[in-house]
Design a protein around this ligand. Structure first.
Ligand SMILES: [Zn+2]
Length: 416
């Protein structure tokens, strides 16, 4: 493992200059996918890449690839990147950090006149956030074959349905000519702020991301009987809300039972008729379960169904538990995760393994290429917020780890 460092001040300066594009009064960034501001950020990124000697390619969904050649042009490139779009009240680091860290890797290699064996590509994926155009992670999703190109281009602006992602990419000049995906990627690395509180609480500059959580979403309908709140004695009631309340408490207990990695959330509840003097006859609510292991999610599933059946039985209610959506857990490539860990060790950065609770472009890339991620702490664990913040020294640490892990793939694996 090599032990090279990066220019942290240059990385920080580029992040701050990029954050001017779409800067908000509260110190955040609003740079929605395929907006004028997104176009401006993309053009700045491309200018920097070309100044660093890279050749830029844009594909049909607007993904940008900036290639620094290697000794052997036949080898599949090693990629590092993330996204340039933000949430409406987004911060300066979510996405931007991964792209600028990729750029800093290339700039450092240039400083050292370092020739890698395989080419290195910096990538900026289109519409990771999914805020203006839903769903999220569309550029990497089309690249990985999760979505078709036509469906992605036809996605409508959530607030202006006459506009599509395709028409807006065309308008800002980023409907590129290259076909999407279908080519070999040697390795994909993504550096990102953690967006959670774990690294900051542990006082660690670097997280070795071993994978992303799986998710199971449910819709649950509890049916009892509406009746007058006054004349109906307690033993005769079939109160759907009492049943639902006990089920919701059980959901929370299931989450705690599989701590620390499990998450269990009820975030949406509808009571009908929702009248203060009528016993609720029907309750609809959602459940969001997350865990990095599929067998644990299956156990949580069984416990959820058993708890709902038991709560319904004691209240003389009916309950329907429907699985609405599922996303399998994504373990990252063990060899690449190992390279990230060794790079952190070689640099002397304290670190821990961590699971990503959020979706990232790397989660889709893991379907078509060996992939791994590097997390750095963010202040208070807060992101998708204008106050999102990160320390320059942590950003530098994550970028140095990225550089050495990229070199391990671009030289080490390529030479084998
Ligand atoms: Zn992001």
């Amino acid at each position: 493992m090599r032990n090279l460092t990066v220019n942290g001040e240059r990385l920080w300066a580029s992040l701050m200059e990029l954050a001017q594009i779409g800067a908000t009064e509260k110190g955040g960034v609003c740079r929605l996918a395929a907006s004028d501001l997104d176009g401006e950020a993309r053009r700045l990124f491309i200018r920097w890449c070309e100044e660093a000697g890279c050749t830029v390619t844009i594909d049909h969904i607007g993904n940008i690839f900036a290639r620094r050649p290697g000794r052997n042009p036949e080898l599949a490139p090693v990629m590092a990147g993330s996204h340039l779009d933000t949430q409406p009240t987004g911060g300066r680091f979510d996405g931007a950090y991964g792209v600028m860290a990729g750029l800093e890797v290339v700039r450092t290699l240039n400083d050292l006149a370092y020739e890698t064996e395989a080419p290195v590509e910096i990538v900026a994926w289109t519409n990771e956030e999914g805020s203006r155009f839903s769903p999220a992670m569309v550029g990497s999703g089309v690249f990985a074959g999760v979505f078709t190109l036509d469906a992605a281009l036809a996605t409508r602006d959530n607030n202006a349905p006459a506009l599509t992602l395709g028409s807006e990419l065309e308008r800002i000049g980023f409907a590129g000519k290259a076909s999407v995906g279908g080519r070999k990627v040697g390795a994909y690395f993504e550096a990102h702020i953690e967006q959670g509180p774990i690294l900051e609480a542990a006082g660690l500059p670097v997280g070795i991301v071993t994978g992303a959580q799986g998710q199971r979403w449910y819709e649950i309908t509890v049916t009892g009987q509406e009746a007058h709140a006054g004349p109906t004695p307690m033993p005769r009631r079939r109160d759907a809300l009492v049943g639902a309340a006990r089920m919701i408490d059980e959901v929370n207990k299931i989450g705690h039972a599989y701590a620390p990695y499990a998450c269990a959330t009820v975030g949406f509840v509808q009571v009908s008729p929702n009248s203060r003097n009528t016993i609720p006859g029907r309750v609809f609510f959602t459940v969001d379960f997350r865990h990095p292991q599929d067998d644990v999610l299956s156990a949580m599933d069984r416990e959820l169904r058993a708890a709902c059946a038991a709560a319904a039985a004691t209240q003389n209610l009916e309950v329907a538990v429907e699985e609405f959506w599922r996303f399998p857990p994504t373990p990252f490539d063990p060899e690449l995760v190992g390279a990230v860990r060794e790079a952190a060790q070689a640099q002397g950065y304290t670190h821990q393994d961590i699971i990503s609770g959020a979706g990232h472009d790397a989660v889709y890339m893991a379907r078509v290429a060996p992939s791994a991620m590097i997390f750095v702490p963010c202040v208070g664990g807060i992101s998708h917020n204008e106050i999102e913040d990160a320390k320059p020294e942590d950003l530098t640490a994550g970028c140095a780890v990225l550089l050495n892990a990229v070199l391990e793939s671009a030289d080490g694996d390529a030479v084998k």
